[in-house]
Design a protein around this ligand. Structure first.
Ligand SMILES: [Mn+2]
Length: 217
C-alpha cells in the first residue's frame, strides 16, 4: 500500500531538523508531505528564500520533489501583514512539487494545512498565551480547539481527515491529526508530546483512522 510520510514544523536549520534524511531512509515513503514551517530564519539574519533554496538543494537529493507536497507555514517567510510571501510561493510552485496550492493540499478524504489561522500579531500572541494556560488544564485542549477552528474554516465534513501542524504537538484526536515537529525547543509541549512524525498507509481511495501511525522520537 502506498505510504505517505507527513513531517511538520521541521524548522530547518534548527537542531534536530537534520533527522529528516534518516526518517526518509527508514520509512521509504511513496509521498512526503512537508506540512509547513519547513524553514526558520529567526535570529539568523538570513533571507527566507535563500534558506529555502539551501534546504531544497539537499532535500531533492533525498527524495523526488515531484512526489513531495510542500506547504507554507507562518515561519516560511510570512509578510509583516500576515499575507503569503508570493516570492516563496512562486519558488515552491516552480520546483515541480505535487501540490499546486502552497497553502492546502487535498487528496481523497484528506486535507493538509499548516494550521496558522492567526492573521495579526495580536491574535498570534493571544493564541500563544491562551495556549500556555490551556496546556496546564489539558494537553489536548489547544489541539482540539485548533482542529475545530480549521474544520470550520474549510467547512469540512466529518468524513474528511484533517492534518495540521503549527502547535508542535503530535497526536490523533478523532478525525484530526496534529503532526508534531522535529524542532527540539519546547514551545507549549515537551519532547514526548511533540517530537516525531506521521505515517499513512493510503489505499488511494479513502483513509481510515486505523491507517494512521504516529512515530515519536
Ligand atoms: Mn507554525
Amino acid at each position: 500500500m502506498p505510504k505517505i510520510l507527513v513531517v511538520s514544523d521541521l524548522h530547518y536549520p534548527t537542531p534536530r531538523s537534520e533527522l529528516l534524511p534518516n526518517i526518509i531512509k527508514r520509512e521509504k515513503p511513496d509521498t512526503v508531505v512537508l506540512l509547513g514551517d519547513v524553514i526558520d530564519n529567526s535570529g539568523s539574519g538570513r533571507k527566507v528564500i535563500d534558506l529555502y533554496k539551501e534546504f531544497v538543494r539537499s532535500y531533492r537529493k533525498l527524495f523526488p520533489l515531484s512526489k513531495s507536497v510542500i506547504l507554507l507555514g507562518d515561519n516560511d517567510g510570512r509578510n509583516p501583514d500576515y499575507s503569503i510571501n508570493s516570492e516563496l510561493a512562486t519558488f515552491i510552485k516552480e520546483l515541480g512539487v505535487a501540490n499546486k496550492d502552497p497553502i492546502t493540499y487535498r487528496t481523497g478524504n484528506m486535507l493538509f494545512f499548516h494550521g496558522n489561522l492567526e492573521d495579526s500579531f495580536l491574535k498570534e500572541k493571544m493564541g500563544y498565551y491562551a495556549g500556555k494556560v490551556a496546556v496546564k488544564l489539558s494537553r489536548k485542549l489547544m489541539p482540539a480547539l485548533l482542529l475545530w477552528l480549521v474544520r470550520r474554516r474549510f467547512r469540512l465534513s466529518s468524513d474528511t481527515i484533517l492534518f495540521i501542524g503549527h502547535l508542535h504537538y503530535l497526536g490523533v484526536l478523532g478525525n484530526g491529526v496534529v503532526c508534531g515537529t522535529l524542532h527540539s525547543r519546547k514551545i507549549l509541549y515537551g519532547r514526548k508530546d511533540s517530537m516525531g512524525y506521521v505515517v499513512l498507509d493510503y489505499n488511494g481511495k479513502r483513509l481510515g483512522t486505523e491507517d494512521i501511525r504516529i512515530a515519536r522520537l
